[in-house]
Design a protein around this ligand. Structure first.
Ligand code: GDP
Length: 196
């Protein structure tokens, strides 16, 4: 049984004027292209095909909104990572990003990082940009099923070091479900929390 039984696609936003009403609160989902973000969204929300996987990297610049419950939204941000940190920030987070960041309802960041690659400068750049308090920023170290236990633990330790004071993190696999309950639990806690 899904913890988000009412989840539905809300809208795609291509310009600052198109955002949903700035009420309640929303979690932004970010990650490098191909990190496994779409797969993570589908696994977390238990809805296959809700977020489309394997889009052409760098082509989609839309912000895709999902409603998890009334006044509770998840916004899927464009994948980044095909250029420098500055270019990634400019491209993915230009006027649209500025508009998102100014929203009262923008409350938390869920970032997907390929556990085999580890946390990059770009990931850290976007975390800094989003400026969410550490208890409202969390990293899913994705595709953990592709690593041995020892490798996964080592990558997790390294990620914790890189993210110290900025975000919490955990191992995650959309394929075998590792970390799924933990990540869903966090999302549910965020959904129930007062925003500030
Ligand atoms: P996005 O570009 O970040 O949205 O990434 P996708 O969700 O489209 O995933 C990119 C590729 O990684 C696809 O081929 C997925 O099948 C694969 N992938 C995603 N999550 C996992 C996972 O947990 N385990 C494994 N083994 N592969 C995954």
């Amino acid at each position: 049984m899904s913890q988000f039984p009412k989840v539905q696609f809300l809208k795609s936003v291509a310009a600052p004027g198109q955002f949903p009403p700035d009420e309640g609160w929303e979690v932004a989902m970010a990650g490098r292209s191909n990190a496994g973000k779409s797969s993570a969204i589908n696994a977390l929300l238990a809805r296959k095909g809700l977020a489309r996987t394997s889009r052409t990297p760098g082509r989609t610049r839309l912000y895709n909104y999902f409603e998890l419950a009334p006044g509770r939204r998840l916004v899927d941000l464009p994948g980044y990572g095909h250029a420098s940190v500055n270019a990634a920030t400019r491209e993915s987070w230009g006027p649209l990003g500025e508009a998102l960041r100014e929203r009262q309802s923008f409350a938390a960041l869920l970032m997907v990082v390929d556990s085999r690659r580890g946390v990059s400068e770009m990931d850290l750049g976007l975390l800094a940009w989003a400026a969410c308090p550490a208890e409202r920023a969390h990293v899913l170290m994705s595709k953990s099923d592709k690593l041995s236990r020892a490798e996964a633990q080592q990558m997790l330790r390294q990620a914790k070091d890189s993210l110290a004071g900025l975000a919490s993190c955990q191992l995650f696999s959309a394929h075998n479900g590792e970390g799924l309950d933990e990540a869903r639990g966090l999302l549910l806690r965020w959904m129930k929390a007062e925003k500030k």
